[in-house]
Design a protein around this ligand. Structure first.
Ligand SMILES: Nc1nc2c(ncn2[C@@H]2O[C@H](COP(=O)(O)OP(=O)(O)OP(=O)(O)O)[C@@H](O)[C@H]2O)c(=O)[nH]1
Ligand SMILES: [Mg+2]
Length: 348
C-alpha cells in the first residue's frame, strides 16, 4: 500500500461528496466506504450529510498520467466511461440503501433470500426475514414460525363463525368439514346458510344435515340473524355460510344490524392457489369490516407457499385452518406455526 493516501470527504449529498473527492484526488480515486452522518455543531443540528472515505494510489496515479501511450485516446475514453459507471453504481447503491438495507449480506443468507423469493415471499418481507435470521435454514424457519399466528378452532367452538370470501374459494365445503370436527368433539353444531338460491347448496346442506343430525336453516335476509343467534349463542357452535358474490353487502349489513358488534367470529377464506396481488385486492375489499381470522383453502392446488407468509403478515390476522383437498370431512388441518413455516420455505 505504498503511496496510498486515504481521506474522508463530507458533502450534503452523495453527489457533492463525490465531487469533492474528484476535485482533490482526481478521477482515479477509489471509494472505500460511505455513510450517512449528521452535520452541524456537535452533530445535533440535524442536517444529514454524506461522508465518503476515498483513497488514491499516488504512485499509480502519477505513472498513468506520465506514461506515453499509443492508444491514448480510446483508453482515455474507456477510463472516462468506467469512471462514469463507477460513479453511477456508487450513486445507485447510496440511493438504494434505505430501501435495501442488506446490500452486504453473506453468501448463505443470499441463498436463503433466493429460496424465499422462489417460494413467492414478498421481497421486502424476505429482506426483513433474512436480517432477523441466522445463516441457516432452521433459524429462518424459527423466525417465520414466530410470525405465524395460529388461532385454531377454539373460538369457533365457543360461539361460532361466519365464513366470508370471494366465490368458489371453498366456504361451504370448509364449513362442512369444520362441522364434522366440532361434532367429533361432542359439541353441538347448528348451521345457517345465507345462500338460499342455489340448488347445489341446498342439496349439499341437506346431506350434511342428515349426516350430522344437526339443524341447517336457510335464511333470506341477514335481519333474521339476531333472533336466531341470541337464542342459541353459547349452547351450540353456530356456523354461517355465505354466498361469495354478496360478501361486501353481507358484511356491511352485519354492521348495521349488529351496531355494537357481531357476536360470532368473522373468518375470511382465502384460496392459497391464487396469486398475492389478487388475494390482497380481495382482502382490501373486506378488511374494513373487522375480520377476525383467516382460513386458507386449496393447499393441494398451490405450487408454492410464500403467500401463506405474505398474507398472514399483511392481514395481521391469526389463521384458523387450512384445507388440503375437496373431500369432506378429512381434507382439513389446524396447522402449527412450525408446520406453516416449513411450507413457506418449500418443505425444506
Ligand atoms: N382441491 C381442492 N378443492 C377444494 C378445496 N376446498 C374446496 N374445494 C372445491 O372448490 C369448489 C368450490 O367450493 P365451495 O365450497 O362451493 O366454494 P364456496 O366458497 O362456497 O363458493 P360460493 O358459495 O360460490 O361462493 C368445490 O368444487 C370444492 O370441492 C380444497 O381444499 N382443495
Ligand atoms: Mg358456497
Amino acid at each position: 500500500m505504498d503511496g496510498m493516501k486515504i481521506k474522508k470527504f463530507v458533502g450534503q449529498t452523495f453527489k457533492d461528496a463525490m465531487e469533492a473527492v474528484k476535485k482533490e484526488f482526481g478521477p482515479d480515486a477509489i471509494i472505500l466506504s460511505n455513510r450517512q452522518i449528521k452535520s452541524g455543531p456537535f452533530g445535533i443540528l440535524s442536517k444529514s450529510a454524506v461522508e465518503v472515505t476515498a483513497a488514491i494510489d499516488e504512485t499509480q496515479a502519477s505513472t498513468i498520467t506520465h506514461k506515453p501511450s499509443t492508444v491514448n485516446i480510446p483508453s482515455d475514453e474507456i477510463a472516462k466511461e468506467l469512471r462514469g459507471l463507477k460513479d453511477e453504481i456508487g450513486f445507485l447503491k447510496e440511493t438504494l440503501r434505505p430501501i435495501v438495507p442488506s446490500l452486504k449480506i453473506t453468501r448463505e443468507k443470499r441463498g436463503l433470500f433466493n429460496l424465499l423469493i422462489r417460494q413467492g415471499v414478498d421481497t421486502q418481507l424476505a429482506l426483513v426475514l433474512i436480517e432477523r435470521s441466522r445463516d441457516n435454514i432452521d433459524s429462518l424457519k424459527k423466525v417465520i414460525s414466530q410470525d405465524m399466528k395460529i388461532q385454531g378452532l377454539s373460538p369457533i367452538e365457543e360461539r361460532g363463525i361466519i365464513f366470508v370470501g370471494p366465490p368458489g374459494v371453498g366456504k361451504t365445503t370448509t364449513l362442512s368439514k369444520i362441522a364434522h370436527m366440532i361434532q367429533n368433539k361432542k359439541r353441538q353444531v347448528s348451521i345457517i346458510t345465507l345462500d338460499d338460491n342455489r340448488i347445489s347448496t341446498i342439496a349439499h346442506f341437506k346431506e350434511i344435515s342428515a349426516m350430522l343430525k344437526c339443524p341447517v336453516r336457510s335464511i333470506k335476509k341477514i335481519s333474521e340473524l339476531p333472533k336466531i343467534l341470541y337464542k342459541e349463542i353459547g349452547k351450540t357452535s353456530i356456523l354461517i355460510d355465505t354466498p361469495g358474490y354478496e360478501t361486501k353487502e353481507i358484511l356491511g349489513g352485519l354492521e348495521e344490524i349488529f351496531p355494537s358488534g357481531f357476536p360470532l367470529k368473522k373468518c375470511f377464506v382465502m384460496d392459497t392457489s391464487i396469486n398475492e396481488t389478487t388475494s390482497l385486492k380481495l382482502w382490501e375489499d373486506c378488511n374494513k369490516y373487522g375480520i377476525d381470522t383467516i382460513g386458507f383453502t386449496k393447499l393441494d392446488l398451490a405450487t408454492q407457499f410464500g403467500n401463506l407468509y405474505n398474507l398472514s403478515i399483511i392481514t395481521g390476522r391469526p389463521v384458523s385452518f387450512m384445507t388440503t383437498g375437496p373431500y369432506i370431512p378429512f381434507d382439513i388441518k389446524i396447522p402449527s406455526s412450525e408446520f406453516m413455516a416449513g411450507l413457506v420455505v418449500g418443505g425444506v
